[in-house]
Design a protein around this ligand. Sequence first.
Ligand SMILES: Cc1ncc(COP(=O)(O)O)c(C=O)c1O
Length: 366
Amino acid sequence: MSSNAPQPQPGILEISPYVPGESEVPGGLKPIKLSSNETPLGPSPRAIAAYKSAADSLDRYPDGAATALRAAIARQYGLNPDRIVCGCGSDELINLLAHAYVGPGDEAIYSQHGFLMYKIATLSSGGTPVPIDEKDYRADVDAILARVTPKTKLVFLANPNNPTGTYIPHGEVRRLHAGLPSSTLLVLDAAYCEYVRRNDYEAGLELVATTSNTVMTRTFSKIYGLAALRLGWAYCPAAVADVLNRVRGPFNVSAPSIAAGVAALEDKAHVEKAVAHNDRWLPWVAAEVEKLGIGVTPSIGNFLLMHFPPAKGKDAASADEHLKARGIILRRVAAYGLPNCLRMTIGTEPDNRAVVAALAEFMGRK
Ligand SMILES: Cc1ncc(COP(=O)(O)O)c(C=O)c1O
């Protein structure tokens, strides 16, 4: 490149672009796609109907404040709608938070195997990403707090985390928050919280309500089955909501997305069905896979991290190849520092059974 060529800001060329879950397999087979933590049940029929009816007004700009959606979210969770900011997926909100609060010389902390977007968002804001070692694939609160300095502007915590599926209890999240200076913003990414069935878990609403430096992000991409629409939201202290509203695009959420999101929230039975499906199949897949001699990290999300034996021909890359040849796509997670693991999203019953059968064959148990 000539030295006169336009140059991006420092940090940008250090970014390894996010690689989405694959969706095609060789040979034109119809794939069993379990690579992006999408729901096997699809969206609520009510959300699809609302999306279609929005097709009649595509000539109009959307309501830039997403008023109806913020009101629906506020009603559902008993929140102040003025402190909700909607985004083009929670990815956008993560990016906007980094953009607004991190600059050159600043640091953002996240856990070692934390969601990849934290690193990307931090680098793209010119900041320095600081990954912190985990303990047993779980965020380590003491290690995070030990690394906080006046430069730490953000601490990102995916709870539950993707791709490990682990979580830290609310008491630990509170302890993390209590150890942070008031100038550091704690971002609780609760993309999978609807799946969680643990008494000691809290998505973050309470901390956001009672502190001035906690934000919680949520998504419609997972349990609501609306990944294609790109819809997420953040619950924020008033001052942070004000900041996000200044930096976001004025029409960052489309009208069909707003309509579908409102309808999806109203269909509580659909969400309950998805939770029940996950409760049935997550433990089944975990147990069956373990029986085959493949390790699993206990998960409370809608996905499972599998650890393959290191032996040549039995490792994660070989397993991935074996599964793909049978039309099954899981997620390689080497980019998360987990080169010998695959992440599987819990699918339909036939899909789950197909994965277990293919893995049994791979491990020579069939
Ligand atoms: C932990 C976590 N946060 C955020 C996201 C982004 O979701 P969205 O589709 O809302 O951008 C994902 C998606 O995989 C995720 O796993």
